[in-house]
Design a protein around this ligand. Structure first.
Ligand code: TYM
Length: 333
């Protein structure tokens, strides 16, 4: 019987800190689920992370930790390609080629570039500007059909689609044009300290972000301090962004509907609700935290997985790079 080829998924995460609950609910949790149905390639994008200044020893450590966390979450290195971006040189090569097919104006419109250059005015480097081209290269190298991300990456994905279309129009079918895969209810988990801002790894307020390796006490404390409003009803509505954010988190980790949650907390106050959310989050992260401790302690296993992941990534991307190189007029040996 002829085997049906599975569709390809690609996604990436920066190793700039321990992933937070927004990364987990908005993206990583889906990465795990999608493994059965799709052919998945997942990358720790170390090249992207140096667009902002990093401490080298810390970056090395966090790259290994992020890799171990993906496995602890349930990403199976036998089933999926799990690799560190810098271990496959094809990403930087394709990124250079694609940068010659991307307009200065297009990159100038990227909101992440504008935000980050405002945040780091002392270091507005060329890499920060061309960051989305490297991201396009990541995705297009593997001919990805679908890219699971949070809403903050949507603009970069639209650019990726434009670059792929442009190249295909010039040289004939070369790249699969990828679709974003965004789960609406968790596409943008907000900061616990300011529900108008997205949860982020680099927030100055230590109570704003839940990291997936936070212990139970820390998680409970942060949820208890979460900013809500002056009311007391657990429901969605105007001016209730803080409560709605907590409801999204609770709904995602308990797999319950908003209506169900409203019913459960009818007549109860924010205190009870925050405790319930904290406990549900701590419970859902606990098994992964246990597995993580074992994996991070086994250096030789981690190194073996990284090496095999790098080889698989190289093999899966070589054909695309050769095809592109030929099309633009390079001699391919
Ligand atoms: P990064 O490392 O900032 O985030 C990893 C993933 O987490 C999602 N995310 C969120 N989702 C919901 N709520 C939030 N508050 C939240 N914060 C982050 C992000 O959307 C992302 O899916 N440029 C990318 C990494 C990357 C990539 C790629 C992604 C590089 N190459 C190719 C997909 C495909 C980034 O910085 O993600």
């Amino acid at each position: 019987m002829e085997e049906i080829k599975k569709k390809r998924i690609f996604s990436g995460i920066q190793p700039t800190n321990v992933p937070h609950l927004g990364n987990y609910l908005g993206a990583l949790q889906n990465w795990v689920k999608l493994q059965d149905e799709y052919d998945c390639a997942y990358s720790i994008v170390d090249l992207h992370s140096i667009t902002v200044r990093q401490d080298p020893a810390r970056l090395r450590r966090q790259t290994a930790e992020s890799y171990a966390l993906l496995i602890a979450m349930g990403i199976d290195p036998e089933k999926s390609i799990v690799f560190v971006q810098g271990h496959n040189p094809a990403h930087a090569q394709l990124s250079w080629i694609l940068s010659c097919y991307t307009q200065f104006g297009e990159l100038s419109r990227m909101t992440q570039f504008k935000d980050k250059s405002q945040k780091h005015p002392e270091n507005i480097n060329a890499g920060l500007f061309t960051y989305p081209v490297l991201m396009a290269a990541d995705i297009l190298l593997y001919q990805a059909d679908c890219v699971p991300v949070g809403i903050d990456q949507k603009q970069h994905l639209e650019l990726t689609r434009n670059i792929a279309d442009r190249f295909n129009n010039l040289y004939g079918e070369t790249f699969t044009v990828p679709e974003p895969y965004i789960v609406k209810s968790v596409a943008k988990i907000a900061s616990l300290a300011d529900p108008t801002k997205k949860m982020s790894k680099s927030d100055d307020n230590p109570n704003a972000t839940i990291f997936v390796l936070d212990d139970r006490d820390t998680i409970m404390r942060k949820f208890k301090r979460a900013v809500t409003d002056s009311g007391c009803e657990v429901r969605r509505g105007e001016g209730k962004e803080g409560v709605e954010n907590l409801m999204s988190i609770y709904a995602a980790v308990t797999e319950r509907s908003f209506e169900d949650i409203e019913r459960e907390f009818e007549g109860k106050g924010y205190g009870d609700f925050k405790t319930a959310v904290g406990e549900a989050v701590a419970d859902s992260l606990a098994p992964m935290q246990e597995r993580y401790k074992q994996i991070i302690a086994d250096k030789s296993y981690l190194e073996k997985c990284m090496k095999e992941g790098a080889e698989k990534a190289y093999k899966a991307s070589r054909k695309t790079l050769q095809k592109v190189s030929k099309k633009v007029g390079f001699i391919v040996l």
